[in-house]
Ligand binder design. Structure first.
Ligand code: B12
Ligand code: SF4
Length: 469
């Protein structure tokens, strides 16, 4: 019998995924959490002479762990916590690095709380940073450009917590649009970049979970080449014979491509998130949401139908609190959703994400209420009010949103939507996925106010509705 001795490596890298501590408006259900792809990618880029561990606050209570280098990722909503954690390591003389979306949008802030800031995508610069550390020459600021996705290795999924119920995969980056409220085009650029079909399909196959979140900015893209790429990816999955269900982000104009929809469906796509934002052309124009204007609000129902015919549900992402919104228009948007073909909804409040046009504008207009940074970043979850609206007071806005959410996520409405999705898509997995998405938002928004329902509880209810149907 041979015994493999584990060889102690000279360096230890601790990668940290912090958890928002303010809690309101953040998923806490393990069923819906998504593995930290940025950290998995960072681990894959790290040379072999490093021991690597991912410490993930989604699953573990914070404890201090020894390491030579600590690298933390953070969205804006996580950064307040990231800074707290960095302080603990700095007090123990362990160098800390912050990367990810917030550090890339607010590097001048971040450098006050960590030793090193990495602005941008790690792929092009991480090896240089590690080399600098090994040679005692770590700099305080690294700026990375956008990389070709050939440089993005398959993430170290072996380091993720094995309790994640969803897998995650990124096949493309970039979006050619410039919507005011969004930072995706600022972070990932306008150019559409993608992994080779072979790599993307292999990563998909290797994911241990049977449900996958394909976290692309726009899975389908805007050109013939991007459409072909999407179809090739689906064909690759179909050819592999691997059966999983997945969900992704895309734009409405995919609806006209019947061939792509068919392949996506056959490859296991059960739901797409569409940035619908508003049912009014004037509001889309004011937010520079050109892609929806091109499709035309009058054609929205045809778009939803096209997805449904292919067994795919529509998760509509809507913004509540746009400048021209009033208490009435907010309630009308809730009614629009209820009476529309949209299967489930992300009903977020307009949130000025740092780096977005909306942030710069509202800051200039002195309309950002939560502006005590970095403490207030943890409220930037889309489910807390951050702004001073124009046509109502902040208190009225909060009140009307609570009424709208009560209506949207009422269990009776959720069950009605489930049946509607089932009828339209003829696919119980699709309908179950859309229902559980609504359930997740319900639990997130009403955390601490209403009894949380878990998926098993609701699944029993779904089964009984299904039997009736
Ligand atoms: C998957 C995803 C999620 C997942 C997982 C999030 C997570 N923590 O990983 C879930 C569903 C949980 C989620 C939730 C939310 N999300 Co989200 N989400 C995404 C999405 C679609 C993809 C992120 C991703 O995995 N990218 C792939 C990886 C490889 O990229 P990456 O993480 O950016 O990492 C690269 C670089 O940033 C860098 N890097 C990253 N970390 C580090 C660390 C170090 C040390 C270094 C050196 C480098 C580095 O290198 C990596 C490789 O290039 C993005 C959209 C987007 N395009 O980014 C929105 C996005 C990140 N989400 C966003 C938001 C607003 C939210 C929510 C607040 C919304 C909500 N309430 O539902 C919550 C907040 C959750 C929380 N924990 O606080 C915003 C964030 C904006 C911001 N300034 O923070 C984005 C950008 C979308 C948008 N609307 O603009 N989200
Ligand atoms: S909201 Fe969607 S379409 Fe608009 S810039 Fe962001 S990712 Fe692109």
């Amino acid at each position: 019998m041979s015994v493999t001795k584990s060889i102690k490596k000279p360096f230890k890298l601790l990668l940290i995924n912090p958890m928002n501590a303010y809690k309101k408006g953040i998923y806490h259900d393990k069923v819906y959490s998504v593995p930290p792809l940025g950290l998995g990618t960072l681990a894959a880029l790290t040379p072999d002479n490093w021991d690597i561990e991912i410490f993930d606050e989604n699953f573990e209570e914070f404890i201090f762990k020894k390491a030579d280098l600590v690298a933390i990722t953070a969205l804006t909503s996580q950064v307040t916590r990231a800074y707290e954690i960095a302080k603990v390591y700095q007090e123990n003389n362990i160098p800390t690095i912050l990367g990810g979306i917030h550090a890339s949008m607010m590097p001048d802030e971040a450098i006050n709380y960590v030793d090193v800031v990495l602005n941008g995508e790690a792929e092009g610069i991480w090896k240089e940073l590690i080399n600098d550390f090994e040679n005692g020459k770590l700099k305080s600021y690294y700026k990375a450009g956008l990389v070709s996705m050939d440089k993005s290795p398959p993430p170290r999924i072996d380091l993720y917590n094995s309790d994640y119920a969803l897998g995650s995969l990124q096949t493309t980056r970039g979006c050619p649009n410039n919507c005011d409220f969004c930072t995706v085009h600022v972070i990932n650029g306008h150019k559409y970049r993608y992994k080779s079909t072979e790599q993307a399909v292999n990563e998909y196959i290797d994911i241990p979970q049977d449900r996958v979140y394909v976290v692309d900015d726009d899975f389908y893209g805007y050109t013939k080449e991007s459409a072909k790429r999407a179809i090739d990816f689906c064909k690759g999955i179909i050819k592999s014979g691997v059966k999983k269900d997945w969900y992704t982000f895309t734009s409405m104009h995919l609806a006209k491509d019947e061939e792509a929809l068919k392949y996506m469906s056959e490859a296991g796509c059960r739901m797409v998130l569409l940035g619908i934002e508003s049912e009014f052309a004037s509001q889309l124009a004011a937010s520079h949401k050109r892609v929806n204007l091109k499709v035309g609000v009058e054609n929205y129902e045809k778009i939803y139908d096209a997805f449904h015919h292919n067994g795919i549900a529509v998760l509509g992402s809507f913004i509540f609190g746009l400048d021209s919104d009033t208490p009435e228009s907010i309630m009308n948007r809730a009614d629009y959703y209820i009476n529309s073909g949209v299967d489930c909804i992300q009903a977020g409040m307009l949130t000025p994400l740092p780096g977005s046009e909306t942030f710069f504008r509202l800051q200039q207009e002195n309309r950002i209420i939560y502006n005590n940074f970095p403490e207030d970043w943890d409220k930037y979850t889309f489910f807390n009010n951050i702004i001073e609206p124009i046509n109502m007071s902040p208190e009225e806005f909060v009140e009307v949103m609570n009424t709208a959410w009560e209506k949207i996520y009422d269990l009776k409405i959720m069950k009605r939507k489930y049946l509607q999705t089932l009828k339209a898509t003829k696919n119980p997995i699709t309908a179950g996925w859309a229902f559980s998405t609504n359930l997740n938002y319900r639990n997130t928004i009403f955390e601490g106010q209403k009894k949380n329902l878990n998926f098993t509880q609701s699944y029993r209810e779904l089964t009984s509705i299904y039997v009736e149907y």
